[in-house]
Write a protein that binds this ligand. Structure first.
Ligand code: SF4
Length: 325
């Protein structure tokens, strides 16, 4: 990375209260994000992976302040946006967009594609008059590989992949600097996934976009990511360049995830590491290292007691494990 990062996330924490009883008092908390920190350079793609419930989507939404963090800071373009009021935050929303997992649910079925894609242009006053908006929407549809003739149609008339292209056009309309792709290809068939990932890469080259690319599968993020962060129960356990992470994983959890990724070359055999047990509940995560209940090399008296600090090697490979790094 060169220069100041576009985004800095510092010790981000998000807890969701659980209410119960007649008075709906807070009886417990879900520890969704538990001290997450990372930097992101302009033009970079950070893949964020982990099993469902690991806090990756909540992290993405807290970064955009679609969800308010419990504590921690998010700095964007050198400004602490965690404390921004409504109006400055609305202006900032132009720079930070999101593409959702479910293109079926995230597009208003009663709006035409033209209205969906053009909405941001109207809200942020980026076009003047109906003809200008129509021209910009036509350009945006072409940019994402759709035909401008399709702007009068409704979302249900499109396939899953096409709908995700509409979601991308909607995000692009306001000329953002950064896009959080929240499981953006997870609901699509593998061949369509590849097309959408290729489109996102082309758009990044064309517009200098920065991505946080969230997925539950390491094989999905490998191609698009410059760096990859692996999350487990609300914490980043390892973060490294994509090449380093895939060729030299340090954390036992990353090793287990990688062992499940198919290798295209049938001559190369990789031993599958089967983790014992389920992911513990984020309501009462295990003490010490959250992973100790499933870790094949956990040390009693250490891993179950003390939280491992993140250690970084010279090449920016960071791991949070007492025994590795
Ligand atoms: Fe395993 Fe201990 Fe490392 Fe956690 S700190 S990953 S339990 S060895």
């Amino acid at each position: 990375m060169s220069g100041a990062p576009l985004l800095q996330v510092k010790n981000l924490v998000k807890r969701f209260p659980i209410r119960g009883g007649v008075l709906q008092r807070v009886v417990d908390q879900v520890h969704a994000v538990d001290g997450v920190s990372f930097d992101l350079a302009a033009g970079e793609t950070l893949g964020v992976v982990g099993e469902s419930g690991c806090g990756k989507s909540t992290t993405g939404r807290c970064v955009l302040r679609l969800i308010e963090p419990t504590s921690g800071e998010v700095w964007f373009k050198g400004q602490n946006i965690t404390t921004l009021g409504k109006e400055p935050l609305r202006a900032l929303a132009r720079d930070m967009q999101i593409i959702f997992q479910d293109p079926y649910a995230s597009l208003n079925p009663r709006m035409t594609v033209g209205a969906i894609v053009g909405e941001g242009l109207v809200i942020h006053k980026l076009a003047s008059g109906a003809a200008d908006i129509e021209q910009r929407v036509a350009e945006l549809l072409r940019t994402v590989g759709l035909s401008p003739d399709q702007m009068k149609r409704y979302p249900h008339e499109f396939s899953g992949g096409q709908r995700q292209r509409i979601g991308i056009a909607r995000a692009l309309a306001v000329q953002p600097k950064m896009i959080v792709c929240d499981e953006a290809v997870s609901a699509l068939d593998v061949s369509i996934q590849a097309q959408v990932i290729n489109l996102l890469e082309d758009l990044q080259a064309q517009f200098g976009l920065t991505y946080i690319f969230i997925a539950h599968d390491l094989s999905v993020v490998e191609h698009i990511s410059d760096r990859v962060a692996v999350m487990y129960l609300g914490r980043i356990v390892e973060i490294a360049s994509a090449h380093d992470l895939y060729t030299n994983p340090l954390h036992p959890y990353t090793e287990a995830l990688l062992s499940a990724v198919p290798i295209p070359d049938p001559r190369v055999k990789r031993k599958r590491i089967m983790l014992q047990g389920d992911v513990p509940s984020p309501i009462r995560p295990p003490p010490g290292c959250h992973f100790h209940t499933r870790c094949p090399i956990a040390q009693k008296g250490l891993c179950d007691v003390k939280r491992p600090e993140a250690k970084t090697t010279g090449d920016g490979h960071t791991v949070a494990c007492h025994l590795r790094g």
